[in-house]
Design a protein around this ligand. Sequence first.
Ligand code: AOF
Ligand code: ZN
Length: 353
Amino acid sequence: MMSADELYMHRCLQLALNGEIGAPPNPMVGAVIVCDDRIIGEGFHARCGEAHAEVNAFASVSKADERLLSQSTLYVSLEPCAHYGKTPPCADLVIRKGVRRVVVGCIDPFAKVQGRGIQMLRDAGIDVTVGVLEQECRWLNRKFFTFHTHHRPYITLKWAQTADGVMGELGGGPLLISNPATLRHSHHLRATNNAILVGWRTNVNDSPSLTTRHYSGPNPRRIVYDSHAETIPQLLSRLYSEGVQSLLVEGGAATHSQFLDLGLWDEIHQELGMPRHREKLLLSNALFERAAHRLSAKPVPISKSCESEAAIKSEELGVKPQTKIICAPKLDLLPSWQETIGTHRILHYYNYK
Ligand code: AOF
Ligand code: ZN
């Protein structure tokens, strides 16, 4: 059974999520004001630069309920701020409003706050409880926390592959594995990350648009990574200094492998299509069979008719029969969870703790 504190903190988390698109690079925060087991005010941080969650929660209290504030508890998923940023300190407002008790989900890792907001409240004689649903509150703002504690952007790797591990054809242009439903998933990822990275080669070969046309939200900043110009750690510290809080990597297999080898990733979204012979790929099935035959350790029997079909198709498609397939990175870990979207699956892996 959830305690009353956990229940109201849960409500804070629900509210906070409304800021998913607008709040970054600020954290998503929700606040609830409760008197005698009745919610008398609610609010969330909707947009960076605008009112914080606590301000909106106090503003939502009706005239008739204002007098109850001195007996009320304020629940807030992140410590109230203590500094003058784009808005004045929330801790001052909370003290002025005179609530009896404050329940905080987690401490704000931002250098100008880091416990100072809580101290201000305690110094003013308010009863403060810290750490209710702490893990959940930190998880919600994992990008914000990673940026401020590890001084680098939060990194999400995302790629699509056939169920049997093929990402494309060497020099073959884009291979569309995603379907309309999974495209929305990946464009949601684009809308919730500050920057999107592709490898130099993908950029030249595919000229990807990297926009959020299948989801409403801002287009991420486009980053073309050239490993000859800078290393991944150099790139990440440059992005940190430029204030990029979250980075979505939509590179080819080689780019993903570099991030994986360095252990520099927080989250992976691995889209599995159907096996390549069931996907309507740009290449003929037979061409793929031939390619797989050359690359796999265990020979795949290929019939004569398959060979001739490959020749016809390759002429039709204008591709060389000596096609080499690009294999997806192989992960030696289990997904945290997976979702099914039509015929496809998305496997989610987390490194963030
Ligand atoms: C809160 N409640 O709802 C949020 C907080 O530039 P500003 O004034 O908007 O301040 C941004 C910082 O305030 C941000 O980095 C984080 O530390 C904190 N966010 N604090 O009390 C809120 N969004
Ligand atoms: Zn604030």
